[in-house]
Design a protein around this ligand. Structure first.
Ligand code: UD1
Length: 458
């Protein structure tokens, strides 16, 4: 198949742009939500499969446009993929090119993280720069400096990051690397690069996100020697080769948080599983602060109960284990209906408050100054046409629409489908009055080339 032919373009596809979600709000939800595998784990673990010259079977892979795009990147590198339901089989025994295609990498920042794995396997990699995006500039300087510390020559020319390992061994060298900021992507890129390097690599001020731990567990299951993932210091002792693996990725903590907030704002009772409550400590703590009862029903099940009142609170986004930036927009939607004034400070990304003006279209009272949003609680929201400007902003609008009186119409579903596994269908099953009009369905948007397996094998 032509890897790029069947993929809707997130930025330009008329199909993706023409579909809208209609929500008739003000109705409580009820029931159980099946949480899908973590988007950010799935994407980086797919990149990690490039380290292995055998078969990788990855379970619990969510059905997402971003996963589809990452599959397209791997296909373009000559890797074989098949998908059946939530199982993705990847065989990177042959990587036929070290150059990832511009059109795909610019649509999916996470695909840049594959530079570490490609360089480790081939000793050479050419990656288009992912560029900025709706939430900020998103540089890759930490990825580049880390690879240079491991002995790679890296030059950025004409928008391409060209990296190679000088000398005949093709092998990166272990190094001590300090990250100026605990970047998730840089930690993952460098961890992957270090698995096949010669000697020991130490990454200081590493990101501690659960998805970093998931990637480390995946690599270790293939024979890598990574210690300390989940702490600020990760040590990797390089090995010459990794072996085949079968691995199941963790539940998506951001999808879990989004449904908890949807339950809270609609004053509903929902159960959610499978989940990892330990990955949601700041989210659960803030919900309880706001007055939302959250019950741990078992090791992998949470229940959100109807709250009497919603109280204002202050939020500052931080690297894990701080409050996740990916939950900031959904919480802003919730706080629009809380009693009192809330202050939200976005400290991870520089331009991630664009949903505030869309929430105001629904009757919210939010003022933005720099990276801070002042949210004055209002008694009710009322439906209106709104536009999702990025992935989590779109989720926030869905949440607000569920609580707003009347009809809310949300455009920009290409963002939502990037990172939520059939959100509208899952909400329908909980009794939400939500429907997708025009364009193509969530299923169709993400299944056209890696599901079912017949259409993906090359
Ligand atoms: C990942 C997640 C994203 C989440 C973010 C923060 C994936 C696919 N995406 O993105 O959902 O919102 O973590 O939790 O896993 N930075 C630099 N130089 C670099 C790299 C990053 O200055 O080389 C800065 C960024 O501009 C940003 C901050 O570091 O201000 C954090 O970004 P980072 O943790 O790298 O985010 P991503 O890995 O891109």
């Amino acid at each position: 198949m032509n890897p790029s032919s069947s993929l809707p373009d997130a930025k330009t596809s008329p199909e993706a742009d023409s579909s809208v979600l209609q929500i008739w709000g003000g109705h409580p939800l009820q029931g159980h939500v099946n949480i899908s595998g973590a988007k950010n784990s799935a994407l980086v673990i797919m990149a990690g499969a490039l380290l292995c010259s055998g078969d990788c079977r990855i379970r619990n892979v969510p059905l997402l446009a971003d996963v589809e795009r990452m599959a397209q990147v791997l296909l373009a590198l000559g890797v074989r993929l098949t998908r059946q339901s939530d199982i993705l089989d990847i065989n990177a025994s042959e990587i036929t090119t070290s150059k990832a295609p511009y059109e795909l990498v610019t649509q999916l920042r996470a695909s840049f993280f594959a530079i570490g794995a490609i360089l480790a396997r081939l000793g050479v990699a050419q990656m288009p720069l992912p560029g900025g995006c709706a939430i900020g500039a998103r540089p890759v300087d930490l990825h580049v400096r880390g690879l240079q510390a491991m002995g790679a020559e890296v030059q950025i020319e004409h928008g391409i990051c060209n990296a190679y390992v000088p000398g005949s061994s093709n092998r990166l060298k272990g190094a001590k690397i300090y990250l100026d900021t605990p970047s998730v992507g840089a930690t993952e890129t460098l961890m992957m690069a270090a698995t096949l390097a010669d000697g020991e690599t130490m990454i200081e001020n590493a990101a501690r996100e659960p998805e970093v731990v998931d990637l480390a567990n995946f690599c270790n299951a293939m024979g890598a020697k990574i210690q300390g993932a989940g702490t600020s210091t990760i040590t990797v002792v390089g090995v010459p080769k990794l072996h085949s693996v079968e691995y199941s990725i963790i539940p998506d903590r951001i999808e879990t948080g989004t449904f908890l907030v949807a339950g809270a704002i609609t004053r509903s009772e929902l159960t959610l599983s499978p989940v990892c409550p330990d990955h949601l400590i700041p989210v659960i703590a803030k919900l309880r602060d706001i007055g939302v009862p959250i019950i741990e029903e078992g090791p992998d099940c949470l229940r959100v109960r109807k709250s009497a009142t919603l109280r204002a609170t202050d939020i500052e986004t931080l690297p894990h284990p701080g409050f996740p930036t990916d939950m900031q927009a959904p919480f802003m939607a919730l706080l629009t209906l809380a009693e009192g004034d809330s202050l939200i400070n976005e400290s991870v990304f520089e331009n991630r408050l664009r949903h505030a003006s869309e929430l105001n279209r629904l009757g919210a009272d939010i003022r933005v100054k720099g990276n801070t949003a002042f949210v004055r609680g209002v008694p009710m929201l009322s439906g209106a046409p709104v536009l999702g400007t990025d992935l989590r902003a779109s989720a926030a609008l869905v949440i607000a629409g569920l609580a707003a009186e009347g009809q809310t119409t949300i455009q920009g579903l290409n963002h939502l489908d990037r990172g939520y596994d059939r959100l509208d269908l899952k909400l329908q099953q909980l009794g939400a009055r939500i429907s997708r009009l025009g364009g193509v369905s969530a299923d169709a948007q993400v299944t056209n080339s890696i599901h079912p397996s017949t259409s993906v094998t090359t």
